[in-house]
Design a protein around this ligand. Structure first.
Ligand code: FES
Ligand SMILES: [Fe+2]
Length: 401
């Protein structure tokens, strides 16, 4: 298949049908290097891509090196407190400026000929460049190439496309759904990185459904029971579900830490599980959040950056109390990694072309597949929500009021 095939109606016809008649995405989207390359432009060059936790940039002089799809970018917060993003390339002859995160910087120095840039991107040093005069050269004309960055829900997002709407528009009603948590003030307690032999979309799809809960996560099913799940999707570029109550009777691993004070009654008794298109998997509980940022490396390899965020009230929580929560997530995440790698292997064996969706459990995957199709077919659309929470849908019960 060629790149042009991936934007045709024929390629997406199964995905475009209503969920009860739809097919899952064709197998090429998980395995083909050609599709992967096309996806970098169609999705990662046009979307708001999650790149960091805002708290990682709290310290002045900190510079993060992150990926927007396959491109390296720099994130800075300069002395004026402004968050900025730049392409990680020198304006002299293009050299990659930083290979890894750095702290305490007042200037970003290129290793090649030592051009230096302020954290606001301005070119402030060009050693010996004008030993002999250069015509028409003004350093002000050569700042680092800036990209759009913004924060949402305690996370930093970057967008390479100037024509994409604002980040607030991108996530639609989700900002108001999450406002009560005050996630912008939550801080990173711990982080982990995993390299996973699976396509990034398999990891997102796995997160979006609880169909596999009983069989893949027998321990989680005791904490977060199948019958306590409800769809939680308004208009916006996300797929969501919620659990109420947040924890069942059998195990209380998610209740080891005190909850954030001041939550609404529903936030205080719910878990929120949100796949933010394209690459962030956000789980919010009353006392912590677990964030996964997916970095696609190849069609069949994905890096997961995992972070645990705690509310400001959690300052006193010691490592023992936190480790109950952390170890539970590591267990669950390892089970998800294993099954996603196995799914990747099965798709790679050939024979699988496309599958079907469980209407009750996998409607969010259908929503996600249509978002992917929209990016390839250049349909500029924010998906509608499910409507009021007051009615049962897709086989869920009615969300308790
Ligand atoms: S390439 Fe950066 S200073 Fe020359
Ligand atoms: Fe899972």
């Amino acid at each position: 298949m060629t790149v042009a095939d991936f934007s045709t109606d024929g390629f997406w016809q199964g995905v475009r049908r209503p969920v009860e008649a739809a097919s899952t995405m064709p197998s090429e989207v998980y395995t083909s290097p050609t599709f992967f390359d096309a996806e970098q432009s169609a999705i990662f060059d046009t979307s708001w891509v999650g790149v960091a936790c805002a708290d990682e940039l709290a310290e002045p002089g900190r510079v993060l090196v992150r990926r927007v799809g396959s491109r390296s970018v720099l994130l800075t917060r300069s002395g004026d407190g402004v968050l900025r993003g730049f392409h990680n390339a020198c304006r002299h002859r293009g050299t990659e400026l930083l290979e890894c995160d750095a702290s305490g910087l007042s200037m970003i120095r290129c290793p090649y000929h030592r051009w230096g840039y302020g954290l606001d991107g301005t070119l402030v040093a060009t050693p010996r460049f004008t030993d002999v005069p250069v015509s028409d050269f003004d350093p002000a004309d050569h700042p680092l190439k800036e990209i759009r960055v913004d924060t949402f829900g305690g996370l930093v997002f970057a967008c390479l496309d100037p024509t994409t709407g604002s980040l607030a528009e991108w996530f639609g009603d989700l900002g108001s759904r999450l406002a009560g948590y005050g996630l912008g003030g939550w801080t990173v307690r711990a982080s982990n990185t995993f390299d996973i032999a699976a396509n990034w979309k398999l990891l997102s799809e796995n997160f979006q459904e609880y169909y596999h809960l009983t069989w893949v996560h027998p321990e989680l099913a005791k904490v977060s029971r199948v019958r306590d799940h409800y769809r939680w999707q308004g208009p916006g570029m996300y797929c969501g579900q919620t659990t109420v109550p947040v924890s069942g009777d059998d195990r209380g691993d998610w209740l080891a830490m005190p909850q954030s004070p001041g939550l609404s009654r529903m936030d205080a008794m719910s878990g929120r599980f949100l796949a933010l298109f394209p690459n962030v998997l956000l789980s919010i509980l009353p006392n912590h959040a677990f964030v996964i940022q997916l970095e696609p490396i190849t069609a069949e390899l994905t890096r997961e950056r995992c972070s645990w965020l705690l509310p400001p009230s959690a300052g006193e929580i010691d490592d023992d109390a936190f480790s109950v929560t952390r170890e539970f997530w590591v267990l669950i995440n390892n089970e998800d990694i294993d099954i996603c790698e196995r799914a990747q292997r099965g798709i790679g064996h050939g024979g699988f072309t496309e599958g079907r969706f469980s209407v009750r459990f996998e409607e969010p995957l259908h929503r996600f597949a249509n978002m992917v199709a929209d990016r390839f077919q250049r349909v500029d659309r924010i998906p509608d929500g499910d409507g009021t929470d007051a009615v049962a849908r897709f086989g869920d019960g009615v969300l308790p009021a």
